[in-house]
Design a protein around this ligand. Structure first.
Ligand code: PLP
Length: 478
């Protein structure tokens, strides 16, 4: 299986090349040239299996040069650090709604599902490509990716990881998770600006030819752990296939997905293309409702105010993975995708015709919730179900409650543990506090246990406290 660029001007590559390089030389994103399709028997087998076996079955066709032994050990190690034996947990809230908890990994957010597996693929990809280069992972983070990537790459031979997060743009707990990171191959920097500024800064480093030449002389190659990397997306397909196969009662299962960079929900779309019984995919946004407007109007317009919200990991105005959806939805029209992305870069917007939008609206539902609606959703869910949501998942719950007659069984994709965002969750109980005090109050109020990885932060010392402007990112890298 080869991987091709959504912008059509780069040569097809193998899976290991796609994962090593992250972004295609023409600026596009890699996608498999064909999507493998499961038979009914395959899906029945997945429905009856455990998560790790389901993962092997989904990964195999996408990584043809990996041996079964290699995949078994990568998957085994990836999910060994989760606090439950099955990495994905389901909570049945009744009335056909299940919550799929994806946050039982070491950093208490769903990013671990991919970022515990992806770094383990990396050394194998290098061996298969016959390269001895060091890989430096550059990551811009709106909060959760950074910590998950640090945990995933910490100590992985032949790699270093540098994380850039928006200064003042992540929660106190998220910041502490990153700035206390252990390991010799890690670096963490706060960047003045918002997430898009940090992400643009990282993209600029990737596009800097003289920097690449400089690093090549030192035997170093840059790569990315953002969800533009195929190695990040692939592990996320697994839980959509697995959940829909298990929870289907003959028909399709809908998923409500709190969305930012469009990576998580796009993995759900791929699961659907693979033949899994995925029904509608509900794209839930916070007040940064650029995707809601896009699905409504066909116009993607990033020229709008950027809001900091209670769901910071979704505070994004450029949803990179939408490019992959547009590529598939336009009938793999790379020329068109390249033109749209050029318009986005140059004018800040592009318009997609109805012929492409109409079929998409049959699969995707969409909606948004502002912070008030988010806090109300946390409160409603607690009062009705005694189930505690984090603000990101609560955006999804708020949008779900607004849906007109949800007809299929539905899965609310839960992307973070509530204690990661305790101050905002606490507002749903009419209280206010920050940091660990907020965790303590929330624990007393609800009796819901704090994950061990978050309690442990109280004892750790800060190792990284540098604040940079985006222009200084290249200097610290060098
Ligand atoms: C990253 C993240 C999201 C958004 O996921 P995308 O793949 O960027 O759409 C939602 N919730 C949480 C908690 C996250 O960490």
């Amino acid at each position: 299986m080869k991987y091709i660029s959504t912008r059509g001007a780069s040569a097809p590559v193998t899976a290991e090349q796609a994962i090593l390089t992250g972004i295609a030389p023409d600026g596009g994103l890699y996608l498999p040239e064909t999507v493998p399709v499961f038979s009914k028997e395959d899906l029945a087998e997945i429905a009856a299996s455990d998560y790790r076996s389901a993962a092997l079955k989904v990964l195999r066709p996408y990584l043809p040069s990996f041996t079964d032994d290699e995949l078994v050990s990568c998957v085994g190690e990836a999910y060994a650090r989760f606090d439950t034996s099955e990495p994905v947990q389901f909570q049945d809230l009744g009335n056909g709604l299940n919550v799929m908890e994806l946050w039982h990994g070491p950093t208490a957010a769903f990013k671990d599902m991919a970022l515990q597996l992806f770094p383990r693929l990396m050394p194998l990809c290098k061996a298969k490509c016959g390269t001895a280069e060091e890989t430096w992972i550059l990551t811009a983070t709106s909060g959760d990716t950074g910590k998950a990537a640090l945990e995933g790459f910490c100590g992985v031979p032949g790699t270093r990881i540098l994380v850039f997060y928006p200064y003042g743009g992540v929660s106190r707990i998220q910041e502490l998770q990153m700035t206390t990171q252990q390991g010799d191959n890690v670096g963490v920097f706060a960047v003045r600006g918002n997430f898009d500024d940090a992400q643009t800064g990282v993209k600029r480093l990737f596009g800097d030819a003289s920097l690449a030449a400089d690093l090549a002389e030192r035997g170093v190659r840059l790569s990315s752990a953002n969800s533009i990397n195929w190695g990040r997306l692939l592990p996320q397909i697994v839980y959509y296939v697995y959940a829909s196969a298990r929870l289907s009662v003959g028909g399709p299962v809908d998923f409500i997905v709190p969305t930012g960079n469009f990576g998580n929900i796009f993995a759900g779309y791929l699961a659907k293309l693979m033949g899994a019984p995925v029904g509608r995919l509900v794209c839930a946004s916070n007040r940064n409702r650029v995707l809601t407007d896009f699905f409504e109007t066909g116009v993607y317009d990033r020229r709008r105010p950027f809001y900091k919200t209670a769901s910071p990991s979704m505070d994004i105005l450029i949803s990179s993975n939408l490019e992959r959806l547009l590529y598939l939805a336009s009938g793999r029209n790379a020329g068109r995708v390249a033109a749209w992305m050029r318009e986005l870069a140059e004018q800040g917007s592009y318009a997609v015709p109805d012929s492409v939008m109409e079929p998409l609206r049959e699969t995707f539902s969409f909606g948004f919730a502002d912070d008030t609606a988010t806090v109300e959703a946390i409160s409603a869910c607690w009062n009705e179900h005694r189930y505690l949501l984090d603000p990101h998942t609560a955006v999804g719950y708020a949008v779900y409650r607004e849906l007109k007659n949800p007809s299929n069984p539905a899965v609310l994709v839960s992307t973070a543990n509530p204690y990661k965002f305790a101050p905002d969750v606490l507002k749903a109980f009419g209280m206010s506090a920050d940091g660990f005090e907020a965790q303590d109050l929330l624990g007393t109020e609800t009796g819901v246990p704090v994950p061990a990885s978050l309690s442990a932060l109280r004892e750790k010392t800060v190792r990284f406290d540098t604040v940079l402007s985006p222009e200084e990112m290249k200097t610290v890298l060098l």
